[in-house]
Design a binder for this molecule. Structure first.
Ligand code: BES
Ligand code: MN
Ligand code: ZN
Length: 480
Protein backbone atom coordinates (compact mmCIF):
# COMPACT_ATOMS: atom_id res chain seq x y z
CA UNK A 1 0.00 0.00 0.00
CA UNK A 2 1.38 3.35 -1.10
CA UNK A 3 1.25 6.03 1.61
CA UNK A 4 0.78 9.61 0.43
CA UNK A 5 0.30 13.18 1.48
CA UNK A 6 -2.53 14.92 -0.37
CA UNK A 7 -2.23 18.69 -0.72
CA UNK A 8 -5.49 19.34 -2.59
CA UNK A 9 -8.59 20.61 -0.77
CA UNK A 10 -11.08 17.91 0.14
CA UNK A 11 -13.50 18.80 -2.70
CA UNK A 12 -10.80 18.26 -5.34
CA UNK A 13 -9.42 14.88 -4.26
CA UNK A 14 -10.20 12.00 -6.61
CA UNK A 15 -10.40 8.73 -4.70
CA UNK A 16 -12.67 5.76 -4.11
CA UNK A 17 -13.33 6.75 -0.52
CA UNK A 18 -12.88 9.96 1.45
CA UNK A 19 -12.88 9.22 5.17
CA UNK A 20 -14.02 11.89 7.65
CA UNK A 21 -14.44 11.52 11.39
CA UNK A 22 -17.91 12.08 12.81
CA UNK A 23 -18.21 12.69 16.55
CA UNK A 24 -21.15 11.83 18.77
CA UNK A 25 -23.89 14.41 18.35
CA UNK A 26 -21.72 16.53 16.07
CA UNK A 27 -22.23 15.97 12.34
CA UNK A 28 -19.11 17.19 10.50
CA UNK A 29 -19.66 20.49 8.68
CA UNK A 30 -18.44 21.30 5.19
CA UNK A 31 -18.34 18.62 2.52
CA UNK A 32 -21.66 16.82 1.91
CA UNK A 33 -23.03 18.29 5.15
CA UNK A 34 -26.64 17.76 4.06
CA UNK A 35 -26.20 14.05 3.38
CA UNK A 36 -24.22 13.57 6.58
CA UNK A 37 -26.96 15.30 8.56
CA UNK A 38 -29.48 12.86 7.08
CA UNK A 39 -27.40 9.95 8.38
CA UNK A 40 -27.27 11.45 11.86
CA UNK A 41 -30.97 12.44 11.86
CA UNK A 42 -32.08 8.97 10.78
CA UNK A 43 -30.07 7.44 13.61
CA UNK A 44 -28.14 5.33 11.08
CA UNK A 45 -24.93 6.92 12.30
CA UNK A 46 -24.40 8.31 15.78
CA UNK A 47 -20.65 8.92 15.90
CA UNK A 48 -19.93 6.15 18.39
CA UNK A 49 -16.35 4.93 18.34
CA UNK A 50 -15.46 2.75 15.32
CA UNK A 51 -18.91 3.06 13.71
CA UNK A 52 -18.67 3.20 9.90
CA UNK A 53 -21.24 4.51 7.38
CA UNK A 54 -20.71 4.81 3.64
CA UNK A 55 -22.33 7.42 1.39
CA UNK A 56 -22.11 7.13 -2.37
CA UNK A 57 -21.75 10.21 -4.63
CA UNK A 58 -21.28 12.74 -1.85
CA UNK A 59 -22.41 16.22 -2.81
CA UNK A 60 -19.64 18.58 -3.82
CA UNK A 61 -16.83 15.99 -3.70
CA UNK A 62 -14.88 14.28 -6.47
CA UNK A 63 -14.53 11.23 -4.20
CA UNK A 64 -16.78 8.31 -5.17
CA UNK A 65 -17.71 7.64 -1.56
CA UNK A 66 -17.72 9.52 1.67
CA UNK A 67 -16.99 7.31 4.66
CA UNK A 68 -18.14 8.53 8.05
CA UNK A 69 -16.03 7.02 10.79
CA UNK A 70 -17.21 7.31 14.38
CA UNK A 71 -14.79 9.19 16.64
CA UNK A 72 -16.75 8.92 19.88
CA UNK A 73 -16.90 12.01 22.09
CA UNK A 74 -15.00 14.88 20.54
CA UNK A 75 -13.38 16.03 23.79
CA UNK A 76 -12.04 12.51 24.42
CA UNK A 77 -10.63 12.08 20.91
CA UNK A 78 -6.88 11.50 20.62
CA UNK A 79 -4.31 10.00 18.26
CA UNK A 80 -4.82 6.51 19.75
CA UNK A 81 -8.50 6.71 18.84
CA UNK A 82 -7.65 7.94 15.34
CA UNK A 83 -5.23 5.04 14.82
CA UNK A 84 -8.09 2.62 15.42
CA UNK A 85 -10.61 4.57 13.32
CA UNK A 86 -8.27 4.78 10.39
CA UNK A 87 -7.71 1.03 10.66
CA UNK A 88 -11.40 0.24 11.00
CA UNK A 89 -12.16 2.32 7.90
CA UNK A 90 -9.52 0.47 5.89
CA UNK A 91 -10.67 -2.94 7.06
CA UNK A 92 -14.29 -2.19 6.17
CA UNK A 93 -13.41 -0.78 2.73
CA UNK A 94 -10.77 -3.29 1.61
CA UNK A 95 -13.14 -6.26 1.12
CA UNK A 96 -15.34 -3.99 -1.02
CA UNK A 97 -12.56 -3.59 -3.56
CA UNK A 98 -11.83 0.05 -2.71
CA UNK A 99 -8.38 0.95 -4.05
CA UNK A 100 -7.69 4.57 -3.17
CA UNK A 101 -8.50 5.96 0.30
CA UNK A 102 -8.02 9.51 1.54
CA UNK A 103 -8.50 10.77 5.07
CA UNK A 104 -9.49 14.35 5.92
CA UNK A 105 -9.03 15.67 9.44
CA UNK A 106 -10.44 18.79 11.07
CA UNK A 107 -8.17 21.55 12.20
CA UNK A 108 -7.21 20.66 15.78
CA UNK A 109 -6.47 17.12 14.64
CA UNK A 110 -3.99 18.01 11.91
CA UNK A 111 -1.02 17.87 14.29
CA UNK A 112 1.82 15.51 13.24
CA UNK A 113 0.98 12.83 15.81
CA UNK A 114 -2.49 12.51 14.30
CA UNK A 115 -1.25 12.13 10.73
CA UNK A 116 1.32 9.56 11.86
CA UNK A 117 -1.31 7.64 13.84
CA UNK A 118 -3.69 7.62 10.86
CA UNK A 119 -1.00 6.12 8.65
CA UNK A 120 -0.08 3.57 11.31
CA UNK A 121 -3.72 2.58 11.76
CA UNK A 122 -4.18 1.97 8.05
CA UNK A 123 -0.95 0.01 7.62
CA UNK A 124 -1.52 -2.12 10.71
CA UNK A 125 -5.08 -2.84 9.57
CA UNK A 126 -3.87 -3.84 6.11
CA UNK A 127 -1.71 -6.72 7.38
CA UNK A 128 -3.23 -10.20 7.23
CA UNK A 129 -1.62 -13.36 8.55
CA UNK A 130 -2.45 -15.19 5.32
CA UNK A 131 0.93 -15.83 3.74
CA UNK A 132 0.42 -19.58 3.85
CA UNK A 133 -2.89 -19.48 2.01
CA UNK A 134 -2.42 -20.68 -1.56
CA UNK A 135 -5.67 -19.32 -3.01
CA UNK A 136 -4.53 -17.12 -5.92
CA UNK A 137 -7.57 -14.85 -5.43
CA UNK A 138 -6.46 -13.78 -1.99
CA UNK A 139 -4.56 -10.76 -3.36
CA UNK A 140 -7.30 -9.50 -5.65
CA UNK A 141 -8.66 -6.95 -3.24
CA UNK A 142 -5.81 -4.73 -2.21
CA UNK A 143 -5.91 -1.09 -1.20
CA UNK A 144 -3.44 0.55 -3.59
CA UNK A 145 -2.95 3.82 -1.72
CA UNK A 146 -3.85 5.69 1.45
CA UNK A 147 -3.49 9.47 1.67
CA UNK A 148 -3.78 11.96 4.52
CA UNK A 149 -4.96 15.43 3.51
CA UNK A 150 -2.76 18.34 4.48
CA UNK A 151 -0.31 16.20 6.46
CA UNK A 152 3.41 16.88 6.70
CA UNK A 153 5.77 14.54 4.86
CA UNK A 154 7.76 13.94 8.03
CA UNK A 155 4.73 12.91 10.10
CA UNK A 156 3.51 10.53 7.42
CA UNK A 157 6.96 9.10 6.95
CA UNK A 158 7.42 8.49 10.68
CA UNK A 159 4.05 6.73 10.73
CA UNK A 160 5.12 4.56 7.82
CA UNK A 161 8.43 3.57 9.42
CA UNK A 162 6.83 2.73 12.75
CA UNK A 163 3.96 0.75 11.21
CA UNK A 164 6.27 -1.18 8.85
CA UNK A 165 8.38 -2.08 11.86
CA UNK A 166 5.40 -3.13 13.97
CA UNK A 167 4.23 -5.24 11.02
CA UNK A 168 7.71 -6.75 10.77
CA UNK A 169 7.27 -7.81 14.41
CA UNK A 170 3.78 -9.15 13.77
CA UNK A 171 4.93 -11.15 10.75
CA UNK A 172 7.66 -12.77 12.86
CA UNK A 173 5.29 -13.64 15.71
CA UNK A 174 2.70 -15.01 13.29
CA UNK A 175 5.19 -17.44 11.73
CA UNK A 176 4.65 -21.08 12.58
CA UNK A 177 7.37 -22.64 14.68
CA UNK A 178 8.44 -25.20 12.08
CA UNK A 179 9.49 -22.23 9.93
CA UNK A 180 10.70 -19.85 12.61
CA UNK A 181 13.23 -21.86 14.59
CA UNK A 182 15.79 -20.07 16.77
CA UNK A 183 18.26 -20.28 13.86
CA UNK A 184 15.71 -18.76 11.49
CA UNK A 185 14.86 -15.99 13.93
CA UNK A 186 18.56 -15.13 14.06
CA UNK A 187 18.66 -15.22 10.25
CA UNK A 188 15.74 -12.78 10.01
CA UNK A 189 17.40 -10.50 12.55
CA UNK A 190 20.64 -10.56 10.54
CA UNK A 191 18.80 -9.76 7.34
CA UNK A 192 16.90 -6.88 8.94
CA UNK A 193 20.07 -5.50 10.52
CA UNK A 194 21.93 -5.64 7.20
CA UNK A 195 19.11 -3.80 5.43
CA UNK A 196 18.92 -1.13 8.11
CA UNK A 197 22.65 -0.63 8.61
CA UNK A 198 22.71 -2.07 12.13
CA UNK A 199 25.35 -4.37 13.63
CA UNK A 200 24.21 -7.90 14.33
CA UNK A 201 26.02 -10.61 16.26
CA UNK A 202 24.71 -14.07 17.11
CA UNK A 203 26.16 -16.12 19.97
CA UNK A 204 25.91 -19.87 19.36
CA UNK A 205 25.67 -22.74 21.82
CA UNK A 206 29.46 -23.17 22.11
CA UNK A 207 29.92 -19.53 22.97
CA UNK A 208 27.12 -19.75 25.55
CA UNK A 209 28.90 -22.72 27.14
CA UNK A 210 32.21 -20.82 27.26
CA UNK A 211 30.45 -17.90 28.92
CA UNK A 212 28.54 -20.10 31.37
CA UNK A 213 24.95 -19.33 30.47
CA UNK A 214 23.64 -22.37 32.33
CA UNK A 215 20.04 -21.16 32.64
CA UNK A 216 19.64 -20.41 28.93
CA UNK A 217 21.38 -23.65 27.93
CA UNK A 218 19.24 -25.69 30.30
CA UNK A 219 16.09 -24.61 28.46
CA UNK A 220 17.65 -25.17 25.04
CA UNK A 221 18.93 -28.70 25.74
CA UNK A 222 15.56 -30.42 25.24
CA UNK A 223 15.34 -29.41 21.60
CA UNK A 224 17.16 -30.59 18.50
CA UNK A 225 17.14 -26.95 17.39
CA UNK A 226 20.23 -25.11 18.66
CA UNK A 227 19.70 -21.86 20.59
CA UNK A 228 20.91 -18.45 19.44
CA UNK A 229 21.52 -15.26 21.39
CA UNK A 230 20.79 -12.46 18.94
CA UNK A 231 22.39 -9.08 19.55
CA UNK A 232 21.55 -6.03 17.40
CA UNK A 233 23.32 -2.73 18.00
CA UNK A 234 22.35 0.83 17.18
CA UNK A 235 24.98 3.51 17.79
CA UNK A 236 23.95 7.14 17.26
CA UNK A 237 26.34 9.33 15.28
CA UNK A 238 26.14 12.06 17.94
CA UNK A 239 25.01 10.57 21.24
CA UNK A 240 23.37 13.12 23.55
CA UNK A 241 24.07 10.99 26.63
CA UNK A 242 26.28 8.24 28.05
CA UNK A 243 23.16 6.18 28.67
CA UNK A 244 22.88 2.88 26.87
CA UNK A 245 19.44 1.32 26.58
CA UNK A 246 19.23 -2.47 26.48
CA UNK A 247 16.08 -4.00 25.02
CA UNK A 248 15.75 -7.67 25.92
CA UNK A 249 13.02 -9.79 24.33
CA UNK A 250 11.97 -13.34 25.16
CA UNK A 251 12.50 -15.47 22.07
CA UNK A 252 10.97 -18.88 22.76
CA UNK A 253 10.08 -19.95 19.22
CA UNK A 254 7.81 -22.64 20.63
CA UNK A 255 6.91 -23.41 24.22
CA UNK A 256 5.69 -26.95 24.82
CA UNK A 257 6.42 -26.50 28.51
CA UNK A 258 9.26 -29.02 28.27
CA UNK A 259 9.02 -32.01 30.63
CA UNK A 260 6.44 -30.01 32.63
CA UNK A 261 4.45 -30.27 29.43
CA UNK A 262 1.46 -28.07 28.63
CA UNK A 263 -2.03 -29.41 27.87
CA UNK A 264 -2.78 -29.99 24.16
CA UNK A 265 -5.60 -27.49 23.98
CA UNK A 266 -4.37 -24.10 22.86
CA UNK A 267 -0.74 -25.19 22.70
CA UNK A 268 -0.55 -24.01 19.06
CA UNK A 269 -0.61 -20.44 20.38
CA UNK A 270 2.80 -20.95 21.95
CA UNK A 271 4.34 -19.99 18.62
CA UNK A 272 3.98 -16.39 19.76
CA UNK A 273 6.18 -17.02 22.77
CA UNK A 274 8.86 -15.06 20.92
CA UNK A 275 6.67 -11.94 20.62
CA UNK A 276 8.87 -10.03 23.06
CA UNK A 277 11.94 -10.83 20.97
CA UNK A 278 10.11 -9.88 17.80
CA UNK A 279 9.04 -6.59 19.43
CA UNK A 280 12.57 -5.52 20.32
CA UNK A 281 13.79 -6.43 16.82
CA UNK A 282 10.94 -4.43 15.26
CA UNK A 283 11.80 -1.50 17.50
CA UNK A 284 15.44 -1.67 16.33
CA UNK A 285 14.26 -1.60 12.73
CA UNK A 286 12.42 1.69 13.34
CA UNK A 287 15.20 3.09 15.54
CA UNK A 288 17.71 2.52 12.73
CA UNK A 289 15.64 4.82 10.52
CA UNK A 290 14.48 7.42 13.05
CA UNK A 291 17.98 7.74 14.55
CA UNK A 292 17.41 8.78 18.17
CA UNK A 293 20.47 10.14 20.01
CA UNK A 294 20.70 7.37 22.63
CA UNK A 295 22.59 4.12 22.16
CA UNK A 296 20.32 1.06 21.97
CA UNK A 297 21.19 -2.64 21.98
CA UNK A 298 18.63 -5.39 21.51
CA UNK A 299 19.24 -8.88 22.90
CA UNK A 300 17.03 -11.84 22.05
CA UNK A 301 17.67 -15.25 23.56
CA UNK A 302 16.10 -17.59 20.99
CA UNK A 303 15.32 -21.17 22.06
CA UNK A 304 12.73 -23.85 21.57
CA UNK A 305 11.33 -25.34 24.81
CA UNK A 306 10.92 -29.05 24.03
CA UNK A 307 10.71 -32.24 26.10
CA UNK A 308 13.42 -34.13 24.18
CA UNK A 309 15.46 -36.93 25.72
CA UNK A 310 18.16 -34.45 26.72
CA UNK A 311 15.64 -32.05 28.24
CA UNK A 312 16.17 -30.61 31.68
CA UNK A 313 14.15 -32.23 34.45
CA UNK A 314 12.15 -30.72 37.28
CA UNK A 315 14.58 -30.49 40.19
CA UNK A 316 17.62 -29.82 38.01
CA UNK A 317 19.90 -27.10 39.37
CA UNK A 318 21.55 -24.78 36.86
CA UNK A 319 24.33 -22.24 37.36
CA UNK A 320 23.52 -18.93 35.72
CA UNK A 321 25.88 -16.52 33.99
CA UNK A 322 26.21 -14.34 37.10
CA UNK A 323 27.07 -17.37 39.25
CA UNK A 324 23.79 -17.75 41.13
CA UNK A 325 22.16 -21.17 41.14
CA UNK A 326 18.52 -21.90 40.26
CA UNK A 327 16.48 -24.97 41.01
CA UNK A 328 14.23 -25.62 38.01
CA UNK A 329 11.03 -26.83 39.66
CA UNK A 330 8.93 -26.33 36.54
CA UNK A 331 10.45 -26.49 33.07
CA UNK A 332 7.50 -24.46 31.75
CA UNK A 333 8.79 -21.41 33.61
CA UNK A 334 11.48 -21.19 30.92
CA UNK A 335 11.13 -17.55 29.91
CA UNK A 336 12.62 -16.25 33.13
CA UNK A 337 15.53 -18.71 32.80
CA UNK A 338 16.59 -17.50 29.37
CA UNK A 339 16.01 -13.87 30.35
CA UNK A 340 18.22 -13.84 33.45
CA UNK A 341 21.34 -14.89 31.55
CA UNK A 342 20.51 -12.37 28.84
CA UNK A 343 19.92 -9.56 31.36
CA UNK A 344 23.28 -10.38 32.96
CA UNK A 345 24.96 -10.33 29.55
CA UNK A 346 23.30 -7.01 28.66
CA UNK A 347 24.87 -5.46 31.76
CA UNK A 348 28.25 -6.86 30.72
CA UNK A 349 27.80 -5.16 27.34
CA UNK A 350 27.45 -1.87 29.21
CA UNK A 351 23.71 -1.30 29.14
CA UNK A 352 22.86 1.30 31.78
CA UNK A 353 19.08 0.88 31.45
CA UNK A 354 17.21 -2.33 30.74
CA UNK A 355 13.73 -3.03 29.41
CA UNK A 356 12.59 -6.56 28.80
CA UNK A 357 9.45 -7.69 27.00
CA UNK A 358 8.22 -11.22 27.48
CA UNK A 359 5.15 -13.39 27.11
CA UNK A 360 6.08 -14.52 30.57
CA UNK A 361 3.04 -15.69 32.52
CA UNK A 362 -0.50 -16.95 32.11
CA UNK A 363 -1.12 -15.15 35.41
CA UNK A 364 -0.86 -11.74 33.72
CA UNK A 365 -3.75 -12.79 31.47
CA UNK A 366 -5.76 -13.54 34.61
CA UNK A 367 -4.81 -10.19 36.15
CA UNK A 368 -5.06 -7.81 33.17
CA UNK A 369 -6.64 -9.77 30.32
CA UNK A 370 -5.90 -8.73 26.76
CA UNK A 371 -6.20 -5.02 27.53
CA UNK A 372 -3.09 -3.96 29.43
CA UNK A 373 0.49 -5.20 29.47
CA UNK A 374 1.91 -5.56 32.99
CA UNK A 375 4.73 -3.20 33.95
CA UNK A 376 7.20 -4.20 36.66
CA UNK A 377 10.22 -2.16 37.69
CA UNK A 378 12.96 -1.52 40.24
CA UNK A 379 12.96 2.19 39.34
CA UNK A 380 9.79 4.29 39.49
CA UNK A 381 11.22 7.25 37.58
CA UNK A 382 12.30 5.05 34.68
CA UNK A 383 8.93 3.29 34.62
CA UNK A 384 7.19 6.67 34.58
CA UNK A 385 9.14 7.53 31.41
CA UNK A 386 8.06 4.31 29.77
CA UNK A 387 4.44 4.77 30.84
CA UNK A 388 4.45 8.23 29.23
CA UNK A 389 5.90 6.77 26.03
CA UNK A 390 3.26 4.02 26.04
CA UNK A 391 0.46 6.54 26.56
CA UNK A 392 1.73 8.70 23.71
CA UNK A 393 1.74 5.68 21.43
CA UNK A 394 -1.63 4.30 22.51
CA UNK A 395 -0.18 1.07 23.95
CA UNK A 396 -1.98 0.24 27.18
CA UNK A 397 0.18 -0.69 30.15
CA UNK A 398 -0.45 -0.99 33.86
CA UNK A 399 1.99 -0.77 36.78
CA UNK A 400 2.17 -3.88 38.96
CA UNK A 401 3.60 -4.16 42.50
CA UNK A 402 6.99 -5.59 43.45
CA UNK A 403 7.02 -5.65 47.25
CA UNK A 404 9.91 -7.50 48.95
CA UNK A 405 7.40 -9.89 50.53
CA UNK A 406 6.79 -11.56 47.18
CA UNK A 407 10.39 -12.83 47.12
CA UNK A 408 9.69 -15.31 49.88
CA UNK A 409 7.95 -17.53 47.34
CA UNK A 410 11.20 -18.12 45.43
CA UNK A 411 13.18 -19.58 48.36
CA UNK A 412 14.46 -23.14 48.22
CA UNK A 413 16.80 -25.07 50.53
CA UNK A 414 18.64 -26.52 47.53
CA UNK A 415 19.82 -23.48 45.54
CA UNK A 416 19.89 -19.68 45.60
CA UNK A 417 16.43 -19.46 44.01
CA UNK A 418 13.72 -21.68 42.59
CA UNK A 419 12.18 -20.79 39.25
CA UNK A 420 8.51 -20.76 40.30
CA UNK A 421 6.63 -19.14 43.16
CA UNK A 422 3.34 -21.02 43.17
CA UNK A 423 -0.10 -19.86 42.02
CA UNK A 424 -0.55 -16.65 44.01
CA UNK A 425 0.68 -13.50 42.22
CA UNK A 426 2.36 -15.59 39.53
CA UNK A 427 3.28 -12.59 37.37
CA UNK A 428 4.78 -10.74 40.31
CA UNK A 429 6.91 -13.65 41.51
CA UNK A 430 8.14 -14.11 37.91
CA UNK A 431 9.15 -10.45 37.87
CA UNK A 432 10.81 -10.78 41.31
CA UNK A 433 12.85 -13.64 39.88
CA UNK A 434 14.09 -11.43 37.04
CA UNK A 435 14.77 -8.52 39.40
CA UNK A 436 17.29 -10.65 41.28
CA UNK A 437 19.55 -10.53 38.22
CA UNK A 438 19.54 -6.81 37.36
CA UNK A 439 21.00 -5.40 40.58
CA UNK A 440 20.63 -1.63 40.78
CA UNK A 441 20.49 -1.10 37.02
CA UNK A 442 17.23 0.72 36.21
CA UNK A 443 15.05 -2.02 34.77
CA UNK A 444 11.52 -2.50 33.49
CA UNK A 445 9.86 -5.80 32.73
CA UNK A 446 6.80 -5.91 30.46
CA UNK A 447 4.66 -9.02 30.69
CA UNK A 448 2.90 -9.13 27.31
CA UNK A 449 1.45 -12.66 27.49
CA UNK A 450 -2.09 -11.25 27.35
CA UNK A 451 -1.54 -8.45 24.84
CA UNK A 452 0.81 -9.85 22.21
CA UNK A 453 -1.88 -11.91 20.47
CA UNK A 454 -5.46 -11.15 19.40
CA UNK A 455 -7.61 -14.25 19.79
CA UNK A 456 -10.33 -12.54 17.77
CA UNK A 457 -9.95 -9.99 15.03
CA UNK A 458 -10.60 -6.35 15.95
CA UNK A 459 -12.30 -3.92 13.56
CA UNK A 460 -8.84 -2.39 13.09
CA UNK A 461 -6.55 -5.45 13.27
CA UNK A 462 -6.50 -9.05 12.06
CA UNK A 463 -6.43 -12.03 14.37
CA UNK A 464 -2.93 -12.98 15.46
CA UNK A 465 0.15 -11.11 16.65
CA UNK A 466 -0.44 -7.51 17.77
CA UNK A 467 3.10 -6.13 17.76
CA UNK A 468 2.68 -4.64 21.26
CA UNK A 469 5.78 -2.90 22.57
CA UNK A 470 7.32 -1.72 19.31
CA UNK A 471 5.84 1.77 19.35
CA UNK A 472 6.57 2.31 23.05
CA UNK A 473 10.21 1.27 22.66
CA UNK A 474 10.68 3.55 19.67
CA UNK A 475 9.06 6.46 21.52
CA UNK A 476 11.13 5.75 24.64
CA UNK A 477 14.35 5.93 22.62
CA UNK A 478 13.25 9.04 20.70
CA UNK A 479 12.20 10.92 23.84
CA UNK A 480 15.29 9.90 25.81
N1 BES B 1 4.89 -18.78 27.62
C1 BES B 1 4.26 -19.05 28.86
C2 BES B 1 3.33 -17.95 29.31
C3 BES B 1 2.12 -17.66 28.45
C4 BES B 1 0.87 -18.10 28.82
C5 BES B 1 2.23 -16.90 27.31
C6 BES B 1 -0.23 -17.81 28.06
C7 BES B 1 1.12 -16.61 26.55
C8 BES B 1 -0.11 -17.05 26.92
C9 BES B 1 5.30 -19.24 29.94
O1 BES B 1 6.50 -19.77 29.52
C10 BES B 1 4.72 -20.20 30.93
O2 BES B 1 4.52 -21.32 30.57
N2 BES B 1 4.49 -19.74 32.15
C11 BES B 1 3.95 -20.57 33.17
C12 BES B 1 4.69 -20.32 34.45
C13 BES B 1 4.35 -21.27 35.55
C14 BES B 1 4.86 -22.65 35.21
C15 BES B 1 4.96 -20.77 36.83
C16 BES B 1 2.48 -20.21 33.33
O3 BES B 1 2.13 -19.02 33.23
O4 BES B 1 1.67 -21.12 33.50
MN1 MN C 1 6.47 -21.89 29.49
ZN1 ZN D 1 6.99 -19.49 27.58
Amino acid sequence: MDIRVEAKPIQEVECDAMVVVGFEGQPPQGAAADQIKDLYDSGEFSGKSLEISVLHRPNGLKAKRLVLAGGGKRDRFDSAELRKISGAALRSLKPKGVRGIALALDDPFRAPEFAAAAVEGAMLADLEADRYKTDPKKNEKQVAWFAVLGASESAVSRGRVVAESQNFTRNLANEPSNVLTPTQLAERAREMAAQQGLECEVLDQDRMRQLGMGALLGVAQGSAEPPALIIVRYKPANPSTQDHLGLVGKGVTFDTGGISIKPAEGMEKMRYDMAGGAAVLGAMRAIAQLKPSVRVTALVPAVENMPGSRAQRPGDIVTTLNGKTVEVLNTDAEGRLILIDTLTYAQRLGCTHLVDAATLTGAIVVALGAVNAGVFTNNDAFAAKLMTAAKTEGEKMWRMPMDEEYKEALKTPFADLQNIGGRPAGSVTAAMFLRDFVGDTPWIHLDIAGTAWLDDPKPYMAKGASGIGVRTFVQLAESW
